[in-house]
Design a protein around this ligand. Structure first.
Ligand SMILES: [Zn+2]
Length: 151
C-alpha cells in the first residue's frame, strides 16, 4: 500500500505547471496532500491564484498522470481554499529558475519585490493585468525592465 502511495506521489510530482515548463507543481508548492484508498487516489492542491484558468489543465494533467499508475482506477483532485498559497512554499532553487528563465519574480512575504534581472529593490507594480491572469506586471526603475509577478 505504501509503495502505491509512493508511485502516486511520484506521478503527481511529474506534472509540470503549464505556465512554467520545467517546473513541477510539487516544486511550486501546489501539492498539499496525496492519499490512496484501495484503487482510489485523492490529491489535494492549493492554487497560486483562485481565478487562474490553468487550474483546470493542471487538475486534468494530475488525473491523467495518476490514473496511469498501475493499481489506480480513480483520481480525485480537490483545490483547497486554505491554507493560502504563499511564495515561501516554492523551493528556493525554483524561485531562482523562475527568475532566470521567465523573468518572473515572487512577492516576498513582506510584500516587497526584487528585480529578477538586476536584483534592485526599486520595483513598482504597474498593472494587475499581466500576460495571464496568474501574473501581474511590474517595472524595475533601475534596469528599466518589465518584470512579471507570479500570484
Ligand atoms: Zn532591474
Amino acid at each position: 500500500m505504501t509503495a502505491l502511495l509512493d508511485r502516486v506521489t511520484a506521478a503527481v510530482g511529474s506534472v509540470h505547471d503549464p505556465e512554467y515548463p520545467g517546473v513541477s507543481i510539487a516544486e511550486l508548492g501546489l501539492v498539499e496532500d496525496v492519499a490512496v484508498t484501495g484503487d482510489r487516489a485523492s490529491v489535494q492542491m492549493i492554487p497560486t491564484y483562485g481565478g487562474c484558468p490553468a487550474l483546470n489543465f493542471i487538475a486534468e494533467d494530475v488525473r491523467t498522470a495518476v490514473t496511469a499508475v498501475p493499481g489506480v482506477e480513480v483520481c480525485d483532485v480537490e483545490w483547497l481554499r486554505s491554507p493560502i498559497w504563499t511564495q515561501d512554499r516554492v523551493a528556493p532553487h525554483v524561485v531562482q529558475f523562475l527568475e532566470s528563465e521567465f523573468t518572473v519574480t515572487l512577492r516576498r512575504t513582506d510584500g516587497t519585490l526584487v528585480c529578477p534581472v538586476c536584483g534592485s529593490g526599486t520595483v513598482r507594480d504597474t498593472s494587475p493585468m499581466g500576460p495571464s491572469r496568474c501574473r501581474s506586471l511590474a517595472y524595475c526603475d533601475d534596469c528599466r525592465n518589465p518584470v512579471e509577478v507570479m500570484r
